[in-house]
Design a protein around this ligand. Structure first.
Ligand code: GP9
Ligand code: MN
Length: 412
């Protein structure tokens, strides 16, 4: 079994690139706040719906001097939805094709981002106003070395503060920041939002824009809950400032997975003003990725094509933490050496030249169908990489890896 790891390790080492020298360590020692934006796709950002702005605050951030925004960033989740995005973030491994890894392999050995930060003296926590056993989080967080899980029991839900799945995001952020003021610094605290979740219902007073007018109630309401989520993020920034936590913290935000499935293609076509082909469908898997570093002046729109698997190496590099001997499949998105290539959990992929979806090879940009041979080398690499990641999980191979020294341990 440990011999499988030799092959995986060789693959990872031969594809490895150096992180960006310019960005490496620029957030060293700061608190790290990571926000999972529930069901948030990229298409509402810098866009309108019937003349109404959908995400005014996030739009502002895309032009902010301290914020890097990645518009060509993709989710890579499977059936495990939110939990898969957490897995990608913490481990830079691919989730499983068959079922949520949070359920199937919560007892495995991992080398999570939380563990890395913990070893540098960070206190680590996740805050999420849902019952702790949802997605088996309570078990999995132990394996991911997360010190503290502030679940529903740690939050107060006053009358009128709950909608849809539970506590609304604005009071959630308010209480989350209050919790942060009690944390030992530097801290890594991860916040998982909930209001912008299917079926996207809101109380009347929280509707800040009109619904859309398609045949899909789901899509129609989605714009309103996205608008609410935007307002909640704005309130998070204000709370952090009011509590003196803003200046010394890095704020990373990412969309966890799609909110609008392919069942709503007709309505999406009406909104987009074009047919939703397999090419467009793949492009709709883009989710926002924001890196906000107060006072850095590093802001701008970064067009790099990447995905959630790249979050761990990108963030740890910013925090000045070396990952060169770690077993991870992602890269630092700021690295100049990086090849633009993102592999979806279902085998679709996007490169700077091609989009591969439903067995069709498209040219990226023109959306024209091209000879499948052009996609062939990437098809092969995508399958290999997904398989290697799967073998790490299925064989619990990280138990044969010495994370301190980056060496393979003699197996059984
Ligand atoms: C549940 C929340 C939503 O706690 O994270 O999960 P999802 O259904 O999006 O995977
Ligand atoms: Mn989710």
């Amino acid at each position: 079994e440990s011999s499988d790891l030799v092959e995986v390790n060789n693959y990872i080492r031969s594809n490895q690139i150096a992180p960006s020298a310019e960005m490496s360590g620029i957030a060293e020692g700061k608190n790290l706040i990571i926000v999972a934006l529930e069901s948030m796709q990229s298409f509402p950002i810098n866009n309108e719906m019937n003349g109404q702005t959908i995400t005014p605050f996030l739009n502002e951030l895309t032009e902010d001097e301290d914020t890097i925004y990645f518009p060509n960033f993709y989710h890579q989740t499977g059936l495990g939805k939110t939990s898969d995005s957490e897995f990608l973030l913490e481990t830079s491994l691919y989730p499983r094709s068959g079922g949520a890894v949070f359920f199937t392999h919560s007892g495995n050995t991992f080398n999570s981002m939380a563990e890395k930060l913990g070893s540098k003296g960070y206190s680590t926590s996740v805050q999420h106003a849902n019952t702790k056993s949802f997605w088996n989080r309570d078990m999995m967080y132990d394996s991911l070395s997360i010190d503290e899980f502030l679940d529903l029991d740690s939050f107060t839900v006053e009358k009128g503060q709950a909608v849809n799945w539970g506590l609304k995001d604005i009071p959630f952020f308010e209480q989350s920041v209050a919790n942060m003021t009690e944390m030992q610094e530097p801290f890594y605290s991860r916040l998982i939002t909930l209001t912008n979740h299917y079926p996207f219902t809101l109380d009347e007073e929280d509707k800040m824009i009109d619904a859309f007018d398609s045949n899909s109630g789901t899509l129609n309401r989605y714009f309103q809950t996205v608008r609410y989520l935007d307002e909640a993020v704005k309130s998070l920034f204000e709370e952090l400032k009011e509590n003196g936590l803003y200046e010394n913290s890095v704020i990373v935000m990412y969309g966890d997975h799609y909110g609008i499935s392919e069942n709503h293609n007709e309505a999406m076509a009406q909104y987009m003003g074009k047919e939703i082909t397999p090419y467009e469908s793949a492009k709709l898997q883009r989710v926002p990725f924001f890196v906000h570093i107060p006072g850095s002046g590093k802001g701008g729109i970064n067009e790099e094509i990447g995905g959630q698997i790249d979050m761990r190496p990108t963030i740890l590099s910013l925090m000045g933490i070396d990952t060169s001997t770690d077993l991870q499949f992602g890269d630092d998105l700021f690295s100049e050496e990086r090849e633009e290539f993102v592999i979806f959990r279902d085998g679709r992929f996007v490169t700077d030249q091609y989009v591969f979806a439903e067995n069709i090879c498209y040219e990226n940009g023109t959306a024209e169908e091209v000879d499948k041979q052009l996609c062939a080398p990437y098809i092969e690499q995508a399958l290999t990489e997904l398989q290697y990641s799967e073998s790490i999980i299925a064989g619990d191979l990280l138990r044969f890896y010495d994370k301190e020294n980056g060496e393979l341990l003699p197996g059984d």
